[in-house]
Design a protein around this ligand. Structure first.
Ligand code: NZQ
Ligand code: ZN
Length: 390
């Protein structure tokens, strides 16, 4: 651990099939006015909405709703929600849903008292809030993003074809509490479940494939990756396997709650490529990552052979005997590819709706990160996108 860093994560977690009881403990800490935020209606079909509304009623809360937060929430939806939260004089924003709903709640939180256009301020200029923000609580219903315990908020601007994540620096933007009941995830459709599993795995990769020092984060990452591979297989065999789904839920939270990134420069290029694809196609986040990952990793492998070899041996059990480091490293990526196919992930961007004429635009909107083993130029980005087409 050669870096200098601080660590603080204030999100209180309630985990298990009784986790909703935690809401009764948390709600009295906030004022009367709650804005309940949710997506397209899954929580009404599976009973989570009724359970949450009942608890809010028992606590005497005045509730306004922001319904219909779409996957990959848009800037127009953000403006709409800000008006509702302002009018209701919200004391607490309660997100009930997946990463999109949690992210959206954080975006509303930093925008309600913002005197400027939040898209321009937070997503174009990347500034931090200089106004009062609202507390966010989260009842998680879909696993993958880690949004329940981090300060990230990804918003899509369909007018400019940009999908941009802002990870706010101040930990008070992280949810104050998160209710993690694995049972709530059992109704998630299979394609969303596997996309979430890959999202978890890739969050770990994005942090792991960076840096050269002997770092505790890498050991934690390898353990988490092995757990996700195993639990992912079990959940894929039987999506009703509570134990597997609970392991995935806990792994997702720890994959992206700022722990693993301590002392790491972190890469995030798969996410930058995936988000640019998402801006053009509105495809499911985890699938966009799956579709660009292997071309990207095979491209940068020669610049980070040591870590890719370590990944092959420690995560996938590749035997390095009699092989060059690069051969071992490549076998690790082959093993990753096998697992991804086993899960049924989308392995190319064509299937997500990307066409060759979009590639220049997608490449131009891919934000270049510098923390990985190779800083890409635009030509390389275009090349990787072309390879991701098939
Ligand atoms: O809208 P409803 O009807 O609720 O349906 C949702 C949605 O269609 C459904 N769903 C969720 N829980 C369900 C369920 N269906 C049945 N039963 C349940 N229990 O699943 C669909 C997808 O939900 P969404 O919230 O969009 O998925 P996810 O959690 O993958 O979130 C994706 C968003 O998070 C961002 C992504 O870019 C994307 O915008 N990310 C946020 C990050 C962060 N805060 O750190 C990091 C990630 O890398 C990611 O970029
Ligand atoms: Zn992600």
């Amino acid at each position: 651990m050669l870096g200098n860093f601080s660590y603080c994560n204030p999100t209180k977690l309630y985990f298990g099939d009784q986790a909703l009881d935690g809401l009764k403990t948390e709600l009295p800490k906030y004022g009367k006015n709650v804005v309940l935020i949710y997506g397209g209606g899954s929580i009404k079909r599976n009973g989570i909405y009724d359970a949450v509304v009942q608890t809010l009623g028992e606590q005497g809360k005045r509730v306004a709703e922001i319904a219909g937060v779409m996957p990959n929430p848009t800037v127009d939806k953000l403006y709409e929600g800000v008006e509702i939260a302002r009018k209701h004089q919200a004391d607490l924003l309660l997100a009930v849903g997946g990463g999109s709903v949690c992210d959206y709640a954080k975006a509303v939180s930093v925008s309600v008292n913002c005197g400027e256009d939040p898209w321009e301020k937070y997503y174009v200029r990347f500034e931090e809030p200089d106004c009062e923000t609202l507390p966010v609580g989260c009842v998680l219903t879909m696993v993958g993003t880690g949004s329940e315990m981090n300060a990230g908020a990804v918003i899509t601007n369909p007018h400019t074809k940009q999908k941009i994540g802002h990870v706010f620096r101040d930990e008070k933007i992280m949810p104050r509490f998160a209710i993690l009941n694995p049972r709530y995830t059992l109704t998630v459709p299979r394609d969303q479940m596997v996309a979430g599993i890959y999202d978890i795995f890739n969050h770990i990769c994005e942090q792991y494939f960076s840096g050269e020092d002997d770092n505790i984060s890498d050991y934690l990452s390898e353990g988490l990756m092995r757990a996700v591979v195993q639990a992912g297989r079990a959940a894929n065999r039987d999506p009703q396997d509570y134990e597997a789904r609970s392991n995935l839920m806990w792994a997702a939270t720890w994959a992206l709650n700022t722990l693993l990134s301590r002392g790491k420069s972190t890469d995030w290029m798969v996410h930058m490529l995936g988000q640019a694809v998402g801006a053009y196609t509105d495809a499911t986040h985890g699938m966009t990552l799956a579709a660009v990952s292997l071309p990207y990793y095979r491209h940068i492998l020669p610049y980070g052979v040591k870590q890719f070899k370590r990944f092959a041996v420690n995560v996938w059990g590749v035997d390095p005997a009699g092989k060059t480091d690069e051969q071992t490293a490549r076998e690790g990526l082959d093993a990753l590819e096998g697992w991804m196919k086993e899960l049924g992930l989308v392995m190319n961007i064509s299937q997500l709706g990307a066409t060759p004429d979009m590639l220049e635009g997608i490449a131009a909107r891919t934000i270049i990160q510098t923390g990985g083993y190779k800083t890409l130029d635009r030509e390389e980005i275009l090349e990787i996108l072309k390879e991701s087409l098939a």
